[in-house]
Design a protein around this ligand. Structure first.
Ligand SMILES: [Zn+2]
Length: 239
């Protein structure tokens, strides 16, 4: 993580009215990544700054790597909605939300990923956010959301020290009960109408985007490794 790299990252202020204070004065310790699922970054910027839409994020990054800041990091943006990660249910109060301009049907460009990495390195240094607490919107809302989707390079992000990736554990036996126990240990939550299939889908979107079919030994080995090395932090005050 190199905070100095971010010093040269140009960020354009484009304030959104859609924010409030972080509840109970908590500090952000999660980063949630999204895609906009809109045709152009300008359309996304307009919507994220429209008071009637009641949505926002802290940052938006376009395909060419331009970064807009819509909400100050100290404030609570409205990007996460209903969901949970570990014990955290008010994810907006505990997170910084980053939107990537992408329709959801094409790859993320190299300039966009480079800008994201520089931006994230700075955020993680400023707020002391651990790589294991960088998550997909689909991770915290597995029954509702698919972003940033199967084309997002989570492995590359982990290689840059900005997220986590399972190591090559030997595929073992397939047990849905073990898979779900490990998934919860890593941070996924089965509460509020989330089903086992939703967790499996969200897990694969991020870690095995090309996998199909029923739960397999690779799924179980990967989530077991993540659970063992990166158990979700449950010690902090829940917001
Ligand atoms: Zn999202």
């Amino acid at each position: 993580m190199t905070g100095c790299a971010e010093a040269h990252l140009p960020v354009t202020p484009h304030p959104s009215p859609n924010f409030g204070p972080r509840r109970k004065g908590v500090r952000p310790d999660i980063i949630v990544l999204h895609y906009t699922a809109m045709a152009t970054p300008e359309a996304a910027l307009e919507r994220l700054c429209d008071a009637c839409a009641e949505v926002s994020a802290h940052y938006l990054i376009c395909e060419r790597g331009r970064v807009w800041r819509m909400v100050e990091e100290e404030m609570r943006a409205w990007h996460a909605g209903a969901g949970q990660w570990g014990d955290v249910r008010d994810v907006n109060s505990r997170s910084i939300g980053i939107e990537l301009a992408n329709t959801g049907t094409h790859p993320f460009s190299a300039p966009q990923m480079a800008a994201l990495e520089r931006l994230m390195a700075g955020i993680m240094q400023r707020w002391r956010i651990a790589p294991a607490r960088v998550i997909a919107h689909s991770d915290m809302a597995p029954a509702r959301k698919s972003d940033p989707g199967p084309r997002f390079d989570w492995r590359g992000l982990a290689r840059a020290g900005l997220s986590v990736w399972p190591e090559g554990a030997a595929p073992g036996r397939v047990s849905e009960a073990d898979f779900l126990r490990d998934a919860e240990q890593f941070g996924y939550s089965l509460r509020e109408g989330v089903k086992a299939d939703d967790i499996q889908r969200a897990f694969r979107l991020r870690f095995r985007p090309h996998a199909t079919g029923p739960l397999g030994p690779e799924d179980c080995a990967m989530i077991a490794d993540l659970a063992r090395r990166f158990p979700v932090d449950r010690d902090r005050a829940t917001a």
